[in-house]
Design a protein around this ligand. Structure first.
Ligand SMILES: [Zn+2]
Length: 159
């Protein structure tokens, strides 16, 4: 691009010099040739500059996209830093809110399957399970108790 612009400027100088030298019409055809050459070179330089501007705009857009992606990853990382992988006695895993990172929120767990998909889903307690409202996973947090210690005395026991 720069070489074309430099060439165009050089041709312009040549044309100006020819104009200065042209006291009459004797140099007219030479002048016309020089002017035409300048026009061609300028057209090429402008076309090249436009292509370059398009490339620059495309690159700038790509940079913006990547910066946005990086910001999202950074944000996700900082959000996830508040949690640590926790294993329940059943062996089931969930991300538990780390002590000191509450930010006024009550203790809660995140679904590991959802975290793997970069989704922050808070698990909801359902009996001895934690239920994920997003992917419908049930995580057993306590081992099933022996029937005789079930204080709720459900009707299914008599079946
Ligand atoms: Zn989930």
């Amino acid at each position: 691009m720069y070489s074309e612009i430099t060439a165009a400027i050089q041709s312009t100088k040549t044309a100006i010099e020819l104009v200065k030298a042209a006291h009459g019409l004797s140099n007219y055809s030479e002048l016309l040739t020089a002017v035409t050459a300048v026009q061609i070179k300028l057209t090429d330089a402008i076309a090249s500059e436009l292509a370059s501007q398009e490339k620059q705009a495309a690159l700038a857009e790509r940079v913006r996209e990547l910066e946005k992606q990086i910001a999202e990853i950074e944000d996700w990382k900082s959000q996830l830093q508040r949690y640590a992988l926790f294993q329940f006695t059943t062996g089931a895993l969930a991300y538990a809110l780390k002590p000191g990172y509450e930010n006024g929120e009550p203790m809660h767990y995140l679904c590991t399957a959802c975290v793997d998909k970069k989704k922050k889903t808070t698990l909801q307690p359902q009996g001895r399970f934690l239920h994920c409202p997003e992917c419908k996973t049930d995580i057993a947090t306590e081992k099933s108790k022996p029937i005789n210690r079930n204080s709720r005395g459900s009707s299914w026991m008599s079946v």
